[in-house]
Design a protein around this ligand. Structure first.
Ligand SMILES: NC(=O)c1ccc[n+]([C@@H]2O[C@H](COP(=O)([O-])OP(=O)(O)OC[C@H]3O[C@@H](n4cnc5c(N)ncnc54)[C@H](OP(=O)(O)O)[C@@H]3O)[C@@H](O)[C@H]2O)c1
Length: 203
């Protein structure tokens, strides 16, 4: 698939690497082309032939970045986490009764949006195949096609992809991401770990 990745930071670069390894054709869409190396970069604008976009900017940049890309009917996969400093340090900006993804959907009605690639670290996403068993990746969205693409791409780059249901579940996935961040940054686990889904009776 031809995939426009909006943002060329840790997540954008990790997903570009993994998707290219899986046989896809990612292009990093950058607001400042001088910040991207290599040839698979393009300005922050609609990508001709794009079959999916991945949003890999800070959450607060989502609307501005999507306005520049004009996704139309092309699915958008939201990898962002809405983070803010609270009294106890880094926390979810909107608490547990809302999510960044639902806010994007409310701001941009008609967007074919799915939440995915937000619940583990960029290093894990760069090469999920390093982990045995495969790490889990959840996808949520009200648009069945966007959710299917999210599940397909997560599977392609080495995750056990799990359908987490409607976009409302993004509030669970963003909280799940917060758990990963808390364990990585405050509980000493570092960045090189991932959650896996285990079923009784399987190796
Ligand atoms: N890091 C992780 O392990 C991880 C894992 C899962 C999810 N996430 C989430 O994924 C998102 C990206 O994280 P990251 O670690 O990759 O961040 P990052 O390294 O800071 O990269 C952010 C990227 O977004 C671009 N950007 C910022 N504002 C923009 C705008 N208005 N329009 C277009 N592009 C813009 C930046 O461009 P410039 O270089 O021009 O500033 C940069 O390329 C965040 O929402 C984060 O919460 C992160």
């Amino acid at each position: 698939m031809h995939i426009g990745i909006i943002g060329g930071g840790h997540v954008g670069q990790a997903l570009a690497l993994a998707l290219r390894r899986a046989g896809h054709h990612p292009t990093l869409l950058l607001r400042d082309l001088a910040r991207g190396g290599g040839d698979a970069v393009a300005p922050l604008a609609p990508l001709p032939g794009a079959e999916a976009y991945i949003l890999a900017t800070p959450h607060e940049a989502a609307e501005e970045a999507l306005a520049a890309v004009e996704p139309g009917t092309v699915p958008v996969l939201d990898a962002t986490n809405p983070l803010a400093m609270g009294p106890d340090g880094l926390d979810l900006a909107f608490g547990f009764d809302d999510s960044g993804a639902e806010r994007i959907a409310r701001a941009l009605p008609g967007l074919r949006l799915a939440k995915v690639f937000n619940t583990t670290g960029a290093d894990v996403m760069a090469d999920a195949a390093r982990f045995t068993p495969r790490p889990v990746m959840f996808a949520a969205g009200d648009d069945g096609y966007a959710r299917t693409i999210a599940i397909q791409l997560a599977t392609d780059i080495g995750f056990e992809a799990v359908d987490a249901g409607p976009l409302r579940a993004a509030r669970l996935l963003e909280a799940h991401a917060m758990l990963w961040i808390d364990l990585a940054m405050r509980r000493g686990l570092g960045r090189d770990f991932a959650f896996a889904l285990r079923r009784a009776g399987t190796p």
